[in-house]
Design a binder for this molecule. Structure first.
Ligand code: C5P
Length: 396
């Protein structure tokens, strides 16, 4: 494997040569890219000697497209140490030196960062926000850990040891969670996300607790793998920043149905993760309904169209269709039945039994069942990691 090790200007940079040595010992080819400040802590000669390759540190030396050739060469990029500065730059899309430029060019392939900084800096809301942004894009964080810091205090911010970072790199290389090696460029995918709201009157609706996080993570992971994504989402506060995601915001199941059936014929595949209301009120009052004395109220509900089943009917043999299932009993048998009935290629069974899985939370635990009878069970993972696992499974 070709691994690029990026080094930024923190005291932990002195440990980077050891990380390079461990990765080479595991049989990988390594090239280094360093910021100007990193070279205050570790020398060019050291990095070139341990990697056995020229160091990339000057955006303007040796032609101006070195970041592109290194991006093409590298199969994974590991930044260790990752300072608050590089984390902030990537989160903001700034490319003003060799490493930050390489990081922005390195899309569709796995990136790992090992943050290292003073504990107050680590705790700063800007750093925490940037970390969340990067994680949302599928960048994996290793550490930091708690311990003695260069400034003499004890606290969170110590870079993980080179052995720990190397283990994370190797597990990502060998894990199904890593980004696909054949990016999905030239493909278009549809993703549905979030809840639907079914209007009762001008101020009330029937909805559910879906946050949209799983669908947004799927859209980001597909876009990071190179696909164009049409994200059709019900009401949610989430936003996307990836330029390859075209977001359409809808409210009701019928609006979601109209948008999804319109774009599906142009897509290579679709992942329907939205929690669509099965029923809607048969009538929607155009004013606020008034209380009617002490009498109860009856809502007459009618069935919504099943978007997934409709796409299953429309599907051509070249298209891939993935649905979600949330079952309370006979989970696997019911999911399998749904897969066949709705003509799906895969169904993702959400666990309701596990704490931390399902609606609203940041983590999930799933079983991916294939039409061919294949079963892949995940441990409890972040929704970003689950998204990578799903995409790697359904696009391989
Ligand atoms: O049949 P059930 O509602 O359990 O199926 C869940 C799957 O079907 C999810 O993928 C969900 O997004 C999709 N669905 C849909 N349209 C509906 C109901 C569910 O696309 N009206």
């Amino acid at each position: 494997m070709h691994i690029v090790v990026g080094i930024t200007g923190g005291i932990a940079a002195y440990k980077a040569p050891e990380l390079v040595r461990l990765l080479k010992k595991a049989g990988h080819e390594v090239r280094c890219a360093a910021t100007e400040h990193a070279l205050e802590f570790v020398t060019r000669v050291t990095l070139e000697t341990v990697s056995g390759a020229p160091l990339y540190s000057d955006l303007f030396a040796s032609g101006r497209t070195e970041h592109i050739s290194l991006k093409d060469w590298g199969e994974m990029l590991v930044v260790a140490p990752a300072t608050a500065n590089i984390i902030g730059k990537v989160a903001s899309g700034i490319a003003d030196d060799a490493l930050s430029t390489l990081l922005l060019a390195f899309s569709g392939k796995p990136v790992i960062m090992a943050p290292a900084m003073n504990c107050e800096m680590w705790a700063h809301p800007a750093v925490q926000r940037n970390i969340e942004t990067l994680k949302g894009w599928g960048i994996r964080m290793v550490g930091p850990e708690s311990g003695e810091l260069a400034c003499g205090v004890n606290g969170m911010g110590r870079m993980s040891e080179p052995e720990t970072i190397a283990a994370a790199v190797l597990s990502t290389l060998h894990s199904p969670l890593s980004t696909p090696h054949s990016p999905l460029s030239a493909q278009k995918w549809l993703v549905t996300a979030g809840p639907t709201y079914e209007r009762i009157d001008s101020v009330r609706f029937i909805g559910n607790y879906s946050s949209g996080k799983m669908g947004f993570a799927l859209a980001e992971a597909l876009a990071n793998a190179g696909a164009e994504v049409e994200l059709v989402t019900g009401p949610t506060h989430l936003n996307v920043t990836h330029q390859r995601i075209n977001i359409r915001r809808v409210e009701s199941a019928r609006e979601m149905y109209a948008a999804a059936t319109e774009v599906f014929p142009k897509c290579n595949g679709a992942i329907l993760s939205a929690a669509v209301a099965d029923y809607r009120p048969s009538e929607c009052a155009d004013h606020k309904l008034k209380k009617n004395g002490s009498e109860g109220m009856h809502l007459n509900l009618v069935q919504n169209p099943d978007i997934l089943a409709t796409l299953g009917d429309m599907k051509t043999p070249a298209q891939t269709l993935v649905g979600f299932a949330l079952e309370t009993d006979n989970e696997e048998a019911n999911a399998q039945r749904k897969l066949e009935k709705k003509n799906l290629d895969y169904i993702v069974l959400n666990s309701l039994r596990d704490k931390g899985a399902g609606f609203g939370v940041d983590t999930n635990k799933v079983t991916i069942i294939g039409r061919d009878g294949s079963h892949k069970e995940s441990p409890l993972l972040s929704k970003q990691e689950v998204a990578h696992l799903i995409i790697n499974t359904v696009t391989s």
